[in-house]
Write a protein that binds this ligand. Sequence first.
Ligand SMILES: Cc1cc2nc3c(=O)[nH]c(=O)nc-3n(C[C@H](O)[C@H](O)[C@H](O)COP(=O)(O)OP(=O)(O)OC[C@H]3O[C@@H](n4cnc5c(N)ncnc54)[C@H](O)[C@@H]3O)c2cc1C
Length: 353
Amino acid sequence: MKVLIVGAGPTGLTTAVELARRGLLPRIVDRRDSASTLSRAVGVTSRSLELLSYSGVSEKLIAEGIAVQSACIYLNTHLALEFPLHSDRTYFPAILGLPQDRTEALMAQVLSGMGVEVEYRKELKTLTEEKSGVVAFFDNGEEERFDLVVGADGIRSTVREAAGISYPGFDLEEVWSIADVDTGDWPPRRKFTLVKMESGVVAVAVPLGEGRHRLVASCDNAIKAFPMAVDVKRVRREGTFKISIRQAETYSKGRIHLAGDAAHCHSPVGGRGMNLGIADAAELAKRITEGQLLGYSELRHQEDKKVIEVTERGRKMITGQSLKARFEFRALIAAASSIPAVRRKLGQFAVEL
Ligand SMILES: Cc1cc2nc3c(=O)[nH]c(=O)nc-3n(C[C@H](O)[C@H](O)[C@H](O)COP(=O)(O)OP(=O)(O)OC[C@H]3O[C@@H](n4cnc5c(N)ncnc54)[C@H](O)[C@@H]3O)c2cc1C
């Protein structure tokens, strides 16, 4: 079977690794000049590590990443709650902090060992589906027929557009900011930190490695957003972004299948974007090799929808300014700080989500 994967982000790479592991060597193309250097996703969940363990990717990720031990929640400068990010019931007991570019590099390394190289500087222009296959048209004029095409080409997916699959949802007005920084004494090294300000602004620090953090805030300056002094030694990258919450109406149409951001996007609250893409990809690859593609769309659409809904509830509770949102957030903090079982459950939930 000839399979084309469009996009060599974490979703496309996982699809390729999982297909190759099962003996089906796909073609994987990306329009970028070379591997990405962007650190976008910073938390690899236990579920992703489990899915990537069969190919040997996980052991490389774990060797390079940093296990995030606990979460600290501040109300302004006051530490209101700290709970362990731990579960005994999962493949990996914590959340692994690792920048996305390293996750992708290690996936590509394993893929290369299996005999598949990413073809960079190759952009898919469009697709036409015929009875006997899907014809892919590339920017260099090349065209080729495939039995199956996987659209792992991100939010503005060409594959999704060519297949005529709609991507309903909405875009938030607010601007968020992000900064990857080398740090000294604060924020804490192995802890996830969330600060909720009276103004409604939320600022988050996630450890990326020894002495390195990702800062994110629901305003236009992630470093200045913190009410306490962040010990910044060097700014590696800063920027702003907007959030969209969308999900494709279906993930499959004929011989074309979507996975990852091409199929869904949501807020970074909960850090699930890349991880959902890895789960879509592992399921899709398994079904391709087992000839069980019927049901892929329904299963993953449902699973992803649940996570998008939980993530949205979390985003509204954390950033919401309504009386209800403030009450819910404070009630959760009060319950968790006084009841050890609630603290434990919170940490388990975050690791198992
Ligand atoms: C600022 C920021 C912070 C984030 N933080 C987190 C986080 O903490 N945790 C988390 O889980 N997620 C996070 N995410 C989301 C995460 O980065 C995405 O969910 C993840 O990258 C999706 O992976 P993907 O492989 O589906 O798509 P992408 O990573 O977007 O990869 C798609 C690839 O397709 C290629 N491509 C596109 N069109 C074509 C074409 N026509 N032909 C050939 N190639 C093409 C692109 O060049 C790209 O390499 C964050 C995102 C952003 C922007």
